[in-house]
Ligand binder design. Structure first.
Ligand SMILES: [Fe+2]
Length: 277
């Protein structure tokens, strides 16, 4: 059966509703949906977003935002430089979020696994949030050396990860690194679209289909403004441009503002070769 994977609902209730509607439209059952974490972050409805995700019965990997809230931490755990724009923005949305998520939800966050192991198409995939050893490690498509290191650590045929906010697929030495992107914020590509992926097993591996979701981004932005949340992220929901590119490597910065046009790709698993060896 196909598996729908996505990351970063980020307290964006409208986007989360659109994701679940897309799953219904495609006939994807909740047990075949996986979220790579950060259920809460920038947007206006953290409690409602958690409630919707929890009651959907999908699988959820712990994100750094869940880890931080469960521990009662004072920031989101991204490790931003103190004088960076990301740090200033996160101090605002994190304080808002932590004051609006109830204790029971924080307790649920504490139960989330750091890793799920998914067997699909004869392959073994590790599903994590950021890195294998660092939950808030930012990993991008341009960082092959770091991705290879993480694949070694994962000890699987491939990794499905989240956290960085951009969708991408890399095939390295026959192994797969796939980030389906996030649904709670656009992909810094100049459009309000948000992203998830459908993984469909084949006889020899997986087909990975990126899915762009259109949703009520104006409604989500209006909710943020009504709650007095950082205007940069509310504007981002409409323009598709991130308020800060602090975390991006140079090649991802250079690609900012250009609409993504991802196509389905097939990953030819190396499992048979490995078993012969
Ligand atoms: Fe994260």
């Amino acid at each position: 059966m196909p598996v729908l994977v996505f990351g970063g609902p980020y307290s964006n209730l409208q986007a989360t509703e659109a994701l679940l509607a897309e799953a219904v439209r495609r006939g994807i059952a909740p047990e075949n949906i996986i979220c790579t974490g950060d259920v809460v972050a920038y947007a206006a409805d953290p409690q409602a977003c958690c409630d919707l995700i929890r009651t959907s019965d999908m699988a959820v990997v712990m994100g750094n935002c869940e880890e931080a809230l469960a521990a009662g931490a004072e920031d989101c755990g991204c490790g931003f430089d103190a004088d960076s724009e990301c740090a200033a923005l996160s101090s605002q949305w994190y304080a808002y979020t932590s004051s609006r998520v109830d204790r029971r939800t924080c307790d649920w966050m504490a139960t989330l696994p750091a890793r799920l192991d998914l067997q699909i198409g004869g392959t073994r995939l590790a599903v994590i949030h950021g890195g294998n050893r660092e939950i808030a490690r930012f990993l991008f498509a341009s960082q092959d050396e770091a991705l290879r290191q993480e694949l070694d650590w994962a000890g699987a045929d491939g990794v499905i990860a989240g956290h960085c906010g951009l969708p991408f697929t890399r095939m390295l030495d026959g192994r797969l690194w796939h980030n389906p992107g996030v649904i709670g914020m656009p992909a810094n590509d100049g459009t309000p679209r948000v992203w998830c992926s459908l993984l469909t097993p084949t006889d020899t591996g997986l087909t990975i289909e990126p899915i762009a979701l259109a949703y009520d981004h104006a409604g989500a932005a209006a909710r943020m403004r009504a709650e007095g949340l950082p205007e940069g992220y509310a504007t981002c929901l409409e323009t598709g441009i991130w308020p800060s590119e602090d975390v991006l490597p140079s090649s991802e910065r250079a690609a900012g503002g250009t609409a993504l046009l991802p196509q389905p790709v097939h990953w030819e698993s190396q499992v048979e070769l490995r078993e012969v060896a």
